[in-house]
Design a binder for this molecule. Structure first.
Ligand SMILES: C[S@@+](CC[C@H](N)C(=O)[O-])C[C@H]1O[C@@H](n2cnc3c(N)ncnc32)[C@H](O)[C@@H]1O
Ligand code: SF4
Length: 455
C-alpha cells in the first residue's frame, strides 16, 4: 500500500514558484523496462514461434522497419549505429525484405490490418532511390496495410535528393518526418549537421511543395549555444515553412554521446540548466498555441488535418507492433522484443531463417495500467475512472492527495476524476508518469517495481 509518506515523496515544489523551472529538481526518465522480465536467450526462439502462431489481438496494429545507417554521427544523438556505406546498405535492404516476406503470412501478422508503418533510424533516406522504393513496396504488398495506413519515412536533409523523394512517394509513403533540430547554421554545424539554414529551408519548402505527403519536422531545444533568441527564430522559421506537423524535443544529454563526452572534457559549453530548459518548452508551446496549431501530444503539434501522428500515439497506447531490421523493437501483447543491433549477427540470423532476437521481455500484470497512464499523460489527459475499472480497485482516492498537490503547484487541473495537464505539467510529463507508475506498483502489490522518489 502507498502511505501518505510515499505520496509526499512525489510532491512538487510548493505554490508560488515557477512550475516550468522549479517544480522538480530533475527530470525523471520513464523506465521502459519497468515490470518487464527478460527471458533467457535460450527460450526466445520458442516463445517467438508461439507468438507468431497466434492470431493477433484486437485493436490497431503497427509495423516498424529500422534502417541503422547515418552519414555521420551527430554529436547529441544516441541513435547512431553504423556509418552508411552503399554496398552495406544494399545488402541490408535485401535482408530486411527477406525478413518481411518470411513473416508476412504468419498468424500473428496476417489477417488483421496494420494502421501505421514507420521507417525509422538512423536515416532511412540514406538509402538510394531504388532501395527505398523496393522496401516500401515490399511492405505495402506483403503486409496487410489498412487503406488509410500512415506510412512514414524518417530522414534528414542531406542526401534526401529529389529522385529519392519521388521514389518514396511513388511507392506509397504518405508522411515524411525530417530531423532539423535547429535552423541556426552555427549551432547546427557544431552538432555535425552539415547543411546551412538556407539549405535546410530550401529543402523543406521543396518537400512541402510536392504536396503529396504530410511533412513533419523535429526541432530540439537546449542544444549548446542555442539561446532563447535563437530558439525563437527557430520557431518562427518553422512556422514560416508551414509543415503539417512538428515535434519539439528537449535535449536529452545521453552519457554515451560524443556531445556528453565533449562537455565532460570541457571542449563544449555546458547545456542550459534544467530551470532554464522549461522556458524553451513554454516559448514553443505558447508560440504554436497562439497560431492555432493543435497540440496532439506533449511534444507534437499538427497544423493541418493531414497530420495524424498515428504511429507515435498508438505505440504509447501499447498497440502491437511487428518489427523488422537490425536494432528494431516491437511487441505482441505482453511479449516485447528487440532485434540484434549487430549487423553481422542480424545477417547471419536472417540467412539462417531465424528471427534475429537480441532480447525478449514479458510484462507483468500491471502493464495495461501503466500503459493507460503513459498514453493518457502523453496527450495531457487522464480519466481516473478508467484506472479504477481496469484495476478493479478504487485508485482515485489513492492518487487524490498527490493530484491536489500537483494542482496547487500549477501542473494540472483535477475535477470529477479527470486530470488535465497544464503546459508546465506537460513539460514534467515523465516525472508525473514515473510517480504514477511507482504508486501503482506500491498499491497493487509490486513494490519491487517502484523506483525512487522523483524530486
Ligand atoms: C531517430 S532520430 C532520426 C533523425 C534523422 N536521422 C536526422 O538526422 O534528422 C529522430 C529524432 O530524435 C531526436 N533526437 C535525437 N537525439 C536526441 C537527443 N539526444 N535528445 C533529444 N532528441 C533527440 C531528433 O530530433 C531526431 O530528429
Ligand atoms: S540525428 Fe539522425 S543522422 Fe544524426 S546520428 Fe542521429 S540518427 Fe544519425
Amino acid at each position: 500500500m502507498a502511505s501518505s509518506e510515499d505520496l509526499a515523496r512525489y510532491f512538487a515544489a510548493g505554490t508560488g514558484l515557477d512550475p516550468f523551472g522549479e517544480a522538480f529538481s530533475r527530470r525523471h526518465a520513464v523506465m521502459p523496462f519497468r515490470g518487464k522480465k527478460r527471458l533467457p536467450p535460450e527460450e526466445m526462439q520458442d516463445v517467438w514461434l508461439q507468438v507468431q502462431s497466434q492470431p493477433g489481438r484486437p485493436g490497431k496494429r503497427l509495423a516498424y522497419i529500422h534502417i541503422p545507417f547515418c552519414a555521420n554521427h551527430c554529436l547529441f544523438c544516441g541513435f547512431y549505429k553504423n556509418a552508411y556505406v552503399p554496398q552495406t546498405g544494399a545488402d541490408y535492404v535485401e535482408l530486411v525484405i527477406e525478413e518481411i516476406r518470411r513473416e508476412a503470412q504468419s498468424n500473428a501478422v496476417h489477417g488483421k490490418p496494420i494502421h501505421a508503418v514507420y521507417f525509422g533510424g538512423g536515416t532511412p533516406t540514406a538509402l538510394n532511390a531504388g532501395e527505398l522504393s523496393r522496401l516500401i513496396t515490399t511492405v505495402r504488398t506483403e503486409l496487410p496495410l489498412a487503406p488509410d495506413c500512415e506510412i512514414t519515412v524518417e530522414g534528414r536533409i542531406i542526401h534526401f535528393t529529389p529522385d529519392k523523394i519521388d521514389a518514396c512517394l511513388e511507392a506509397g509513403a504518405n508522411r515524411f518526418s525530417i530531423g532539423v533540430q535547429t535552423f541556426d547554421t552555427d549551432v547546427r554545424k557544431r552538432q555535425g549537421r552539415r547543411s546551412s539554414r538556407e539549405e535546410a529551408v530550401r529543402f523543406l519548402e521543396y518537400l512541402r511543395d510536392q504536396d503529396r505527403a504530410a511533412l513533419v519536422i523535429d526541432l530540439i531545444y537546449g542544444l549548446p549555444g542555442q539561446t532563447l533568441d535563437i530558439w525563437q527564430r527557430d520557431l518562427e522559421t518553422a512556422a514560416d515553412i508551414a509543415p503539417d506537423g512538428l515535434d519539439l524535443y528537449g535535449l536529452n544529454l545521453i552519457p554515451t554521446t560524443p556531445l556528453a563526452k565533449a562537455i565532460a572534457a570541457g571542449k563544449f559549453p555546458a547545456t542550459p540548466e534544467l530551470n532554464r530548459i522549461g522556458a524553451f518548452y513554454r516559448a514553443g508551446a505558447e508560440f504554436f498555441r497562439r497560431r492555432n496549431w493543435r497540440q496532439i501530444s506533449n511534444n507534437h503539434w499538427a497544423r493541418t488535418t493531414r497530420e495524424r501522428n498515428l504511429y507515435n500515439l498508438l505505440i504509447k497506447e501499447g498497440a502491437d507492433c511487428v518489427a523488422f531490421g537490425s536494432g528494431a523493437g516491437g511487441s505482441f501483447g505482453a511479449v516485447g522484443y528487440g532485434l540484434n543491433g549487430d549487423l553481422a549477427l542480424y545477417g547471419e540470423d536472417v540467412r539462417a531463417g531465424r528471427k534475429s532476437l537480441g532480447m525478449m521481455t514479458v510484462s507483468d500484470e500491471l502493464s495495461a495500467l501503466r500503459t493507460l497512464v503513459t498514453a493518457g499523460f502523453e496527450v495531457g489527459h487522464l480519466d481516473l475512472g478508467r484506472l479504477d475499472r481496469s484495476s478493479g480497485q478504487a485508485m482515485t482516492p489513492v492518487f487524490e492527495p498527490l493530484l491536489h498537490q500537483w494542482q496547487g503547484a500549477g501542473l494540472l487541473s483535477f475535477a470529477d476524476g479527470i486530470v488535465d495537464l497544464t503546459l508546465a505539467g506537460r513539460f514534467w510529463y515523465s516525472n508525473l508518469v514515473s510517480a504514477f507508475h511507482d504508486i501503482l506498483s506500491l498499491e497493487l502489490g509490486r513494490p519491487e517495481n517502484a523506483a525512487r522518489a522523483i524530486s
